[in-house]
Unconditional design. Structure first.
Length: 100
C-alpha cells in the first residue's frame, strides 16, 4: 500500500493539470506559431510561471486499490498484483487464466 500522502499528491497534481490545461495549450500554441519573437518570448515566460506540477508529464498512474505506482495496467486501472488476485477470484468479467 502506498502512503496516503503519495496518493493525495497525485490527486492534487491531477487537479492542477486540469486547471491549467487550457492556459498551457494556448501559450504553447503562441510559442509554436508566433512570427513575432517578442510575443513568443513573453508566452514562454508566462509558461514558465505556471506551476511545474501543472505539466501533464508529471502525472503518474497509480493502482486505484493500493496506490502502487509500478506494474500499472491501464485497461483496468489497477496494478498487476491486484489484477492477478482479482482475476483468480473471478472478480474481473471476461478474464480467465490461460490454460493450453
Amino acid at each position: 500500500m502506498a502512503k496516503e500522502s503519495m496518493k493525495a499528491r497525485e490527486v492534487k497534481r491531477a487537479r492542477l493539470v486540469a486547471r491549467y490545461a487550457e492556459k498551457r495549450l494556448a501559450l504553447k500554441k503562441i510559442i509554436a506559431t508566433s512570427e513575432d519573437p517578442a510575443a513568443a518570448y513573453e508566452a514562454a515566460r508566462k509558461l514558465q510561471s505556471i506551476p511545474k506540477n501543472a505539466n501533464p508529464i508529471r502525472l503518474h498512474n497509480r493502482c486505484k486499490i493500493t496506490g502502487r505506482p509500478k506494474g500499472y495496467i491501464r485497461q483496468f486501472g489497477i496494478s498487476r498484483i491486484q489484477f492477478r488476485e482479482m482475476a483468480s477470484a473471478g472478480l474481473i468479467p471476461g478474464v480467465r487464466k490461460a490454460s493450453w
